[in-house]
Design a protein around this ligand. Structure first.
Ligand code: ZN
Length: 257
């Protein structure tokens, strides 16, 4: 079956001397892998038509059996040159695309995740960056996958949590904050989280556009706390050790300093 869809290039690698395997995020088919036959031949119609972090219009032959489809035609819609020129933007984009590659199951249509990554790469292309933006993306991806940390209600019993200045028990395995009653039980895998950090997480979780987190100023202590908390949450709930996260956060922190 021939299908036409928008598609974001997540990664690619050689299949032979002249062909490549390309991994894409699409709204209609989810995360898919295609073979691009002959793409490295000098007169290939695919030359210059796709690259890392491009959003393309892709025509593919969809194979019902087997995991690899066949790319037939491709034309770029957004090429995002900054993401190949600016090291900080490139490191962040690599991490975001890599996280989607690792965390999103294949062949499951998900328009929301496609739109999230497309908007995030647009934001990087326009010069936006910073560790709050990266954390915002992680929270939004978790939300899209139905795994958002529970910050307003107890993750164990569902009771509404009182607000105000305090430190709160965050239970990674339970999926979020615990009320005082539930916090007294099983004490494994807990983090104590300050209300300042919780306020940032809650604000980023609610911000649907990447411009929101730009106004947040994190101290290095807050940044370190959020990095550890969200890193542990991603590892536990998505079962990934996200490649490139450390590198991207190091690069971004140096710019802030
Ligand atoms: Zn509770």
């Amino acid at each position: 079956m021939i299908i036409k869809t928008n598609a974001l290039v997540l990664r690619f690698y050689p299949f032979s001397n002249t062909s490549r395997v390309v991994s894409w995020m699409t709204p209609d088919l989810g995360r898919i892998v295609t073979l691009v036959k002959g793409s490295q031949r000098p007169r290939s119609l695919f030359l210059g038509q796709y690259d890392l972090f491009y959003t393309c219009e892709l025509v593919l032959y969809r194979r019902e059996r087997g995991s690899m489809h066949i790319a037939r035609e491709c034309a770029p819609i957004k090429v995002r040159p900054r993401l190949r020129r600016d090291w900080k933007a490139a490191a962040t984009a690599s991490y975001l695309a890599g996280l989607v590659s690792q965390a999103v199951p294949p062949e499951a249509p998900h328009e929301g995740i496609f739109s999230l990554l497309d908007a995030a790469l647009d934001h990087l292309e326009s010069g936006g960056s910073g560790s709050p933006f990266l954390f915002w993306f992680e929270l939004q991806l978790l939300e899209q996958m139905g795994l958002a940390p529970r910050l307003r209600r107890c993750a164990a019993c569902g009771a509404a949590l009182a607000s105000g200045p305090r430190r709160t028990e965050f239970a990674v395995a339970r999926g979020g904050l615990l009320c005082p009653d539930c916090a007294g039980e099983d004490r494994e895998n807990r983090a104590r989280v300050g209300s300042d950090v919780l306020g940032m997480l809650a604000a980023w979780q609610q911000a649907r556009a990447p411009q929101g987190p730009l106004n947040t100023r994190c101290t290095s202590r807050q940044r370190a706390a959020i990095e550890t908390l969200l890193g542990g949450f991603l590892a536990y709930h998505l079962d990934v050790q996200p490649a490139g996260r450390r590198a991207a956060l190091d690069v971004l922190a140096r710019r802030v300093a």
